[in-house]
Design a protein around this ligand. Structure first.
Ligand code: ZN
Length: 277
């Protein structure tokens, strides 16, 4: 019975930020023991660590390193800040290669002192500037559209249509998109745009959590799957209809859950994953 139960988790990935109180070694051991098969590594967990060794440690635990979070934050009215951002993305590509993950998720950024159009152009230019390094390292870049409530400072790319437009304009095998249900569930053209990124082979990642009703914090009140109003299974069915067979990545930022015992929270995640994803 237990083998069958574990098989259900073969495509479950957890983001390290979801269990923020755990360092990466603790997270890896606990994920593996619980039957989780994938891990997306947030860069803060790598600070002060040998990245290559950390990648080996994760693989020795039997975990698939799905992606590195996050690159991006390209736009800035100040040119010197744009250059710093591009350099940081080059560093992220090196880190991803050292870790041994094929993907970096981009939170693209925005600067409220300039227009969203200007920010979008700088995002496109920033990605174009690091494409040679991405290709040389064998690391793909996923443009993640963020909910429009973050259009001020976190991302000028707020719909999957905008992400698809940019990925298609860049027209590189090293650039695609990440679909996160939290950011995109409300969009009436979501099904069509998921189909579109499938047709262009641009769908690189799928992130899940839920939208709490009401949401009490714009950043740190994401819900566990099944707690809110996102039709996760329906969106997953659209994603899989494109041929996507990657991981379902649980990405929850929540001060409420971070206060709980993280082992108990991980068990809640697994139960919610089985019931609602
Ligand atoms: Zn996400």
């Amino acid at each position: 019975m237990s083998t069958g139960a574990l098989e259900d988790l073969s495509r479950l990935c957890v983001h390290t930020i979801t269990t923020k109180p755990w360092d990466i070694v603790t997270a890896a051991k606990n994920y593996a023991a619980a039957g989780v098969k994938g891990i997306t590594v947030w860069r803060d967990t790598l600070e002060g660590r040998d990245i290559k060794q950390t990648g080996n440690m994760l693989r020795e635990e039997g975990l698939n390193i799905v992606s590195l979070c996050r690159g991006g934050f390209f736009p800035a009215a100040d040119k010197s800040k744009r250059k710093i951002a591009i350099d940081d993305n080059r560093k992220a590509i090196e880190e991803a290669a050292a870790l041994g993950t094929p993907l970096i998720v981009l939170v693209c950024g925005a600067d409220p002192t300039q227009s969203l159009d200007d920010s979008r152009q700088q995002i496109q230019d920033g990605i174009a500037a690091v494409l040679d390094e991405a290709s040389a390292a064998g690391v793909k870049l996923a443009i993640e559209p963020l909910h429009p409530m973050y259009a001020d400072t976190r991302s000028a790319i707020n719909t999957l249509a905008q992400a698809n437009d940019m990925a298609e304009a860049l027209n590189s095998p090293w650039v695609g998109v990440a679909v996160d249900v939290y950011h995109l569930w409300w969009d009436p053209s979501l099904e069509q745009e998921i189909k579109r990124c499938g047709q262009h082979h641009n769908l690189l990642a799928f992130h899940v959590c839920d939208w709490n009703v009401p949401t009490t914090d714009m950043l740190l009140d994401r819900g566990l799957m099944g707690e809110g109003c996102i039709p996760i299974r329906k969106i997953r069915s659209w994603v899989e209809a494109t041929g996507f067979n990657g991981f379902n990545e649980v990405e929850i930022f929540s001060t409420r859950f971070w206060k709980e015992d993280q082992s108990a929270f991980l068990q809640k995640i697994i139960k919610a994953y089985r019931e609602h994803v």
